[in-house]
Design a protein around this ligand. Sequence first.
Ligand SMILES: NC(=O)c1ccc[n+]([C@@H]2O[C@H](COP(=O)([O-])OP(=O)(O)OC[C@H]3O[C@@H](n4cnc5c(N)ncnc54)[C@H](O)[C@@H]3O)[C@@H](O)[C@H]2O)c1
Length: 244
Amino acid sequence: MSFKIGIIGLGYVGLPLAALFAEKYPVIGFDIDSRKIKSLQNGIDPNQLSDQHQLTNPNLHFGNEIHDLEDCTHLIITIPTDIDAQNKPDLGPLKKATEMVGGILKKGMTIVFESTVYPGLTEEICIPILEQKSGLIWKKDFFVGYSPERINPGDHKRPVASILKIVAGDTPATLTDLSNVYGAVITAGIYEAPSIKIAEAAKVIENAQRDLNIAFVNELALIFDRMGIDTREVLKAAGTKCRL
Ligand SMILES: NC(=O)c1ccc[n+]([C@@H]2O[C@H](COP(=O)([O-])OP(=O)(O)OC[C@H]3O[C@@H](n4cnc5c(N)ncnc54)[C@H](O)[C@@H]3O)[C@@H](O)[C@H]2O)c1
């Protein structure tokens, strides 16, 4: 079977992923930002993460017309999941994008969510929207997966292909399919999570752990500064522990 991948949301996560998939499959990148689409069609990444050579790959097309994605086999949603002024998750953009996808969903398609979400969101919020908008039945007519993006913001040394990719599926067949689809481009390999909720939760604790580390080192830097100690030298010395 031949695959065609649609990526919805061409930001820090979606665009490098689209460029990577285009090395193996036909890809359509979709974004609601028409200025961004125009720039990408001219081979220019506004975030300067992907180079012109990658963006002008003949396998890769960009558009802001959702119907262009109708003949895709796999649609991957990489939409922002920010928080609002009350620190509550702002699910507006993700719900909107899921509604758009529901409007073009066809039998046999697989939808993958890559946005960072709380455990349960894919199954409790997104799948009901897909069913309602499409009139199709989950796990009979269409399938769903989750694969968290794990790139570290600002880390140019470790692009998406070089980071072990967690994938999860709603059925064993979806899991195998997604392992194969992602495995063809992710050189670091694939980790098959036992469920969508486990993959969602794994990503959440990765982020929480990173935030704790950053907060801890910031506190140490303040303390060492007051004590007249060079924090970088402390970290260099302490870091030798991982060589033991
Ligand atoms: N940036 C990172 O390093 C990083 C790392 C890991 C995970 N994530 C997660 O990945 C997700 C995406 O983050 P990002 O940093 O790529 O976001 P981003 O803000 O860089 O890009 C999101 C893109 O989605 C587009 N968009 C918004 N609504 C849309 C819609 N309805 N249809 C189509 N396009 C739409 C925007 O125009 C924008 O181009 C978030 O859940 C984030 O938490 C980000």
